[in-house]
Write a new protein. Structure first.
Lengths: 230, 284
């Protein structure tokens, strides 16, 4: 589903990723951990083709991102849900309008938008606050709106870049539980975080990055233990 | 309402000051271009008036029979460059002199014989009133056996030609300079509006909007601003015309020319938006 093969990514004066290879399978929950600057966000940006690899390949649903046209990249993103630490909501639109925006810009018929929006707002527990502006919502609620927007196109994977980074502990736990519920319903989740407490709470796969290189992948450890490492 | 239209209108509602600045900028840029066009239009009209006075006079050898002259007139009228030929007989010339040159009234009564020759006054067709054509036709007329002298105001026809050439080149240069300045100014204001919406554009891209889709509201907004600026420019030009026209008579744009200014405004708005959004999308 998402496959990195010997990926290097260079910025102007530094190497952000070096020889990164991993494979995220359908329905999997994967933590990307590491310090700031380790390359977690770069990995996610490579998945949604905001960046292209300098060398190596990134495949999403079997397509090499560097071979996709801008139009194909746009179409691919409709099947990915993306969530950020800073929510990235439109401040002058209600929660409902923010979610609907993701459908409107992809040309979904207007009659289909309202039910889809209400379905995901209900899923994230914000149906009652659909008409509220982002400033009227708590940080946790704003992140839920962002998650609802990411979910409304029924993505096969949710990419979350430090989704709990701006939240207090209670809100962070709530958002994390929401991501687990989404994963339980079959959507893969790739979550970049440096909140190790969250990571330790579960048995999900963890990929740790250090200075742009993968230094630990729990799936590999499991394969070693099971003797199934190819 | 269609999302493209809604987003374009939202730009006006959310940033009214910036939108007003864009419209005013377009209006002033087009107003200056329009003002220059008005000057050019009036200059051109004056040149056309002067051009209409371009004519060739062929003075006939004294004693040329009227029948010969009449036959020659139909030959000359057949020239493609000639619009009309008027035969002025010796008597007509004298009568004309008596009417037009009244200060020599005393002299006319003392004349024993008419000293004025008969002549052909030849008007050239529009499009042929330039030095080269005048000289070609005059050269052809010199071949007439009864042509005594040919006059066509060589010097001022040449000067008229030069003036026309200079006006054309200067007009083109100043017009192009103003058009370029307008594109830069309008592009800058539209770019400010694009930057104001950078966050929105970023979100549009994240959720899978194509670049074409993202561009559309900005292009529409640019066109609307261009149209508004164009209309305002025509209004400002009319105000300038109205003021000047009270002092001396000048011409104003025709409806088609006025619509052309609005169309140029729309085109400028479209191009500036396309460049600004294109640059932004290329960068993010």
């Amino acid at each position: 589903m998402i496959k990195f093969e010997k990926v290097f990514r260079a910025y102007a004066k530094s190497l952000a990723l070096r020889d990164v290879s991993f494979h995220v399978r359908k329905g999997e929950f994967v933590f990307l951990t590491g310090h700031s600057g380790a390359g977690k966000s770069t990995v996610l940006r490579l998945v949604y083709a905001d960046l292209l690899p300098t060398s190596g390949s990134v495949r999403v649903s079997g397509h090499r991102t560097e071979k996709l046209s801008p139009r194909d990249i746009a179409r691919m993103r409709r099947h990915l849900g993306i969530v950020f630490q800073d929510f990235r909501l439109l401040e002058d639109r209600t929660a409902e309008e923010n979610v609907a925006f993701a459908l409107e810009v992809t040309g979904v018929r207007r009659t289909l938008i309202q039910p889809k929006v209400m379905r995901v707002l209900t899923q994230v527990g914000l149906a009652a606050k659909a008409s509220q502006m982002p400033r009227e919502l708590s940080s946790g609620e704003q992140q839920r709106v962002a998650i609802a927007r990411a979910l409304v196109n029924d993505p096969f994977v949710l990419l979350a870049d430090e989704p709990t980074g701006n939240l207090d502990e209670r809100a962070a736990r709530g958002v994390f539980q929401l991501l687990r519920d989404i994963n339980a319903n079959g959507t893969a989740v790739v979550m970049a975080t440096h909140d190790l407490d969250l990571v330790r709470m579960t048995q999900y796969r963890t990929i740790e990055l250090q200075s742009g290189a993968v230094v630990y992948d729990s799936a590999v450890d499991e394969q070693i233990a099971e003797g199934t490492l190819p | 309402m269609n999302l493209t239209v809604r987003e374009a209108l939202l730009g006006f509602r959310r940033w009214p000051a910036l939108s007003a600045l864009s419209v005013t900028t377009i209006a002033f840029a087009l107003f200056v271009v329009g003002l220059f066009a008005l000057v050019a239009l009036n200059l051109r009209q004056r040149l056309t008036d002067i051009e209409e006075r371009v004519e060739i006079v062929v003075f006939l050898t004294p004693g040329t029979p009227v029948e010969v002259a009449t036959l020659a007139i139909s030959d000359i009228e057949a020239f493609p460059e000639v619009e009309a030929v008027k035969y002025v007989s010796e008597e007509d010339a004298l009568n004309q002199a008596r009417t037009e040159l009244v200060e020599f009234q005393g002299l006319y009564s003392e004349l024993e014989a008419n000293p004025l020759p008969a002549s052909f006054e030849i008007r050239l067709a529009p499009g042929f009133r330039n030095t080269a054509t005048v000289e070609t036709v005059a050269e052809r007329l010199r071949g007439l056996p009864f042509a005594d002298d040919i006059r066509y105001g060589q010097d001022w026809v040449r000067k008229l030609d030069q003036l026309r050439g200079i006006a054309g080149v200067v007009g083109l240069l100043i017009g192009a300079a103003f058009a370029l300045a307008s594109i830069i100014i309008i592009g800058t204001t539209i770019r400010m509006s694009v930057l104001q919406r950078a966050r929105e554009i970023g979100i549009m891209r994240l959720v899978g909007a194509t670049d074409g889709f993202i561009r559309r509201p900005f292009l529409l907004e640019g066109c609307v601003k261009g149209a508004m600026g164009g209309l305002l420019a025509v209004a400002l030009n009319f105000a300038a015309f109205f003021t000047i026209n009270r002092l001396f008579h000048v011409a104003f744009f025709s409806t088609a020319q006025g619509l052309l200014i609005v169309a140029v405004g729309i085109l400028l708005g479209f191009l500036s938006s396309a460049l600004s959004v294109g640059r932004h999308l290329g960068r993010v």
